[in-house]
Write a protein that binds this ligand. Structure first.
Ligand code: SF4
Ligand code: SF4
Length: 389
């Protein structure tokens, strides 16, 4: 019983925001997971003898538009169905606007890891993250974060890097997080809508290319390094620092072999690989109402995806940094193949960033001596953070 299982559970696809780059929100009926799907999901995930550590990553839409009773039922089911020795973790990704003291106390009491979506300073955040009526959301999100902190819930933040953040550049964003006292955050490139049949090089919207993102992260890393506070954790650097120190990755993108470890579960019970391939039926592997995780793992959809992934890995294996990145995220290649004219398939795109980090760490002596900087965060046991969110 050793396998980690990461489940991005779309508890509801309803949402009170209408973020401009979002592929996740839906309106109308049947957008919320009912008890039969929740019960089947929990029983199948925890009942599989291979699953030693199971993470439920509650996601939406906005998961906090549901009543807390939904999550109380979820943790009750987990307690009833957990196998001896099995580890369970609950995480929740929220837009933060509906977080009040009751929610915060619930998260604290049930040991939920909470990540809040905040796209940096108001000028950037409010450009993308607005309510359905157009009202900006920054002030409400900040209030939600304050409420979590006031109730001693550790908070991390997820920032989507779209063109507004690229235009602003790393320094004001680093300074913003510093001024807000936010020391644990991820920087996620905006993703375009999946178009499975798009020809290579097709232009698209809301696409921050790997080259744009690595340029941004390279400058961000230099700023982080110059600041010199090891208590500031940027998820993307934590993962790379772990790999550069030859430790297991703390994030899915650098761990390799993500197929069969991370699934998206829809309110209907439909199961797909990850949550990044929405709109491409090739990534749907079954439904928890009718199939087991063993049948998803060994079924035709994942078998075909694994074969394609193996071929892609061979194409990248000549890259000198392959040993560090493990081929990086399959969805980055999926998007680059269709929309990035510079994509060759010989490198995942992280080579320059990894080489830069290695060089800078050597120059500062941090790699050898520690020099006040960590060589990546402490290992997290069997849990590997999912970075699609
Ligand atoms: S809060 Fe999340 S689900 Fe809602 S519109 Fe924004 S990105 Fe989409
Ligand atoms: S984010 Fe990328 S590496 Fe992580 S599970 Fe999804 S496809 Fe795999």
């Amino acid at each position: 019983m050793s396998r980690y299982l990461g489940l991005i559970v779309k508890a509801t696809r309803l949402c009170n925001l209408r973020c401009s780059y979002c592929h996740d929100w839906r309106s109308g009926p049947n957008q919320t997971m009912g008890f039969p799907v929740l019960a089947h999901l929990t029983a199948r995930a925890l009942g599989d003898p291979e699953h030693g550590a199971v993470e439920f990553i509650w996601h939406g839409g906005e998961p906090a538009v549901l009543p807390r009773a939904f999550y109380e039922r979820a943790v009750y089911l987990q307690a009833r169905l957990r196998r001896p020795g099995q580890l369970i973790r609950n995480s929740l990704q929220t837009n933060g606007t509906r977080i009040d003291a009751e929610w915060a106390r619930f998260f604290r009491d049930f040991d939920f890891r909470v990540s809040v979506s905040l796209d940096g300073p108001p000028a950037v955040h409010d450009r993308y993250r607005r309510y359905a009526n157009g009202r900006p959301s920054f002030d409400d999100v900040r209030r939600g974060i304050d409420t979590l902190r006031a109730n001693e819930v550790p908070v991390s933040v997820l920032m989507v890097i779209d063109e507004g953040a690229i235009e602003l550049g790393p320094d004001p964003i680093f300074d913003f997080f510093l001024s807000e006292g936010i020391t644990n955050y991820g920087l996620l490139a905006a993703k375009p809508t999946n178009r499975p049949d798009a020809a290579p090089g097709t232009p698209t919207e809301h696409y921050v290319t790997v080259a744009q993102m690595t340029r941004f992260l390279t400058a961000y890393f230099d700023r982080w390094l110059a600041h010199g506070d090891p208590e500031i954790h940027v998820r993307e650097f934590d993962g790379l620092l772990s790999r550069l120190a030859s430790r297991p990755s703390t994030v899915c993108t650098l761990a390799g072999h993500c197929l069969g470890r991370y699934y998206l579960v829809e309110p209907t019970g439909e199961v797909a690989h990850c949550d990044l391939f929405i709109g491409d039926p090739a990534y749907t592997v079954g439904n928890v109402l009718s199939g087991s995780f063993a049948s998803f793992r060994d079924g035709p959809a994942l078998t075909a995806l694994r074969s394609a992934e193996d071929r892609a890995q061979v194409g990248m294996s000549g890259c000198p940094e392959y040993v560090t990145c493990n081929g990086w995220c399959p969805h980055e290649r999926y998007t680059a193949f269709r929309h990035d004219p510079a994509f060759t398939g010989e490198c995942c795109g992280l080579r320059d960033l990894i080489a830069h980090m290695r060089r800078r760490l050597a120059e500062t002596g941090a790699a050898e001596s520690g020099a006040g900087l960590p060589a990546g965060p402490a290992p997290r046991g069997q849990f590997v953070d999912m970075t699609s969110i």
